[in-house]
Design a protein around this ligand. Sequence first.
Ligand code: MG
Ligand code: ZN
Length: 381
Amino acid sequence: MKRLSILIVILLIGLSVFAQQYATDSIKALRLYKGSETYDVKIFPHKFKTDIPKNIILMIGDGMGVTHVYAGMTANRGHLFIENFKSVGFAKTNSASNYITDSAASGTALASGKKTYNGAIGVDTNRQIVKNIIEDAIENDIATGLVSTSAITHATPASFISHQASRNYYEAIAADFLKTDIDVFIGGGYNNFTKRKDGRNLVEELEEKGYKVLQDINKIKKIKKGKLAGLAAPDHMPRAHERGDMLPVATKTAINILDKDDDGFFLMVEGSQIDWAAHDNNTEYVVSEVLDFDRTIGEVLKFASKDGETLVIVTADHETGGFSIIGGNMNTGVVAGEFGTLGHTSVMVPVFAYGPGAEKFTGIIDNTDIHKKIKELLIEN
Ligand code: MG
Ligand code: ZN
């Protein structure tokens, strides 16, 4: 009997050691990117037609710190489209309520130039509406658009269109789209427009307002003019390897439509899932999302370099994961990531700018300054 219990104890210890080792191995596997296919990076000319941009494209890599960029750079064997940017700076991201911001407060700072509390969508610390750059643009007959790989009602895009006390009011945020004259929006979030507690069918309401509402990216990408609501997933878009080239294609589609406006345009493009990948402490997911975002930057630069009147700004709303790289190889694309947290961090995020006015986005600035400079160049010039 005694011998049997000893045997059982030994077996249990063995099993738990095995289980621990298995868990450690799978965590290690999540943190290692083994290197995969790469793409060619082009260098674009820096010759612009004006000093003041006619169009501004703001690209937000949610949670994208310097390390996330460098992980992508390593994975793509040393180069990214992001290297086209010669005006580089850093932005502070703290919110009015917290040392470490969330995407709602930082989205609101970028969209409206006001620091607010974490969770706030387009309202200040007194829950009063703050005007966003899309509303300013619409008032000035400038065309506007939003593209995202999350639901279009999620915090980052929501901050550019909606005014709600909480980022969680997805249905109210969806309804706020109807209060504006935004020209194009493409992302996920179809269910927030149709499966609603108030019984409204916002897809029908959008159609009555003149929008083409489409769910299939292959149909969305064929639209060349007019108002477009692309709701390509019931909730969020799937991960990069599943959604394919949705982000570059949606971005190209939006630019093509918006560029028909002679008064210029403002477009916000978000690589939403860099943040979620870093929350997961998953290096492969981070890398695939950064590479997808960078390929989208490539499409944007292709347009901007030809256009000569478009300013492109790439930044982040905050850093996620306390991400670091403890090993890697530029020849194989291997990235050994390590993470300090499952949440966001307080560190400054990079700011990259290309085009007329780009030099204004250098140095160490606040996230609210990005809005101020965009507004100066696009509205107040
Ligand atoms: Mg986001
Ligand atoms: Zn996050």
